[in-house]
Design a protein around this ligand. Sequence first.
Ligand SMILES: CC(C)(COP(=O)(O)OP(=O)(O)OC[C@H]1O[C@@H](n2cnc3c(N)ncnc32)[C@H](O)[C@@H]1OP(=O)(O)O)[C@@H](O)C(=O)NCCC(=O)NCCS
Length: 171
Amino acid sequence: MQIDIGPWQIRNYRAGDEEALARNADNRNVSRNMRDAFPYPYRLSDAREWIEFATSQSPQTNFAIAADGEVIGGIGLVLQSDVNRRSAEIGYWLGEPHWGQGIATAALRAMTEWAFAEFDLVRIYAEVFEWNPASGRVLEKAGYQLEGRLRQSITKEDQTIDALLYATIRE
Ligand SMILES: CC(C)(COP(=O)(O)OP(=O)(O)OC[C@H]1O[C@@H](n2cnc3c(N)ncnc32)[C@H](O)[C@@H]1OP(=O)(O)O)[C@@H](O)C(=O)NCCC(=O)NCCS
């Protein structure tokens, strides 16, 4: 899979991405907004394991965001099951030097369109930690709507906080 979004790409992870992935991911300002499965510190071995996981998934739902061939972030879906089977959760992150250039918004728009075309989904949602207004803004710019506040649903690094639930529905 490869989607071109201006000068950036969403593409499959591949061997050789490990160093750039670890360098961009190894940042508490990134990890504190992600689920605990995204480690801090983020070592080369974590990058190796993630790339092995993402490239062996079937179907593949986790991709690199890249610039000039180099991984600068990630974006992925978690397809839900049972009665939630037409829903997917979306997650994304960028290395801090790449923030503030509209990259996450462009990636989220493109990935949302791709996901609705690729899978039998009607709903894509994200849970944003209450201390992360930039991510809420990215979701709004990409057409997601705020549906509610999941009170005290997140415990991250010893703090228990609210999450904001954003979603978009297939048109
Ligand atoms: C959240 C994140 C993906 C944003 O990426 P980005 O490429 O910088 O986002 P964009 O440039 O597309 O848009 C950011 C928007 O947030 C706004 N913003 C930034 N900091 C903000 C803040 N503290 N309060 C409110 N808005 C803020 C920007 O002004 C911009 O909106 P604008 O275009 O209306 O000015 C990036 O900061 C990141 O990777 N954070 C850590 C991981 C993470 O939070 N992942 C999402 C988990 S739900």
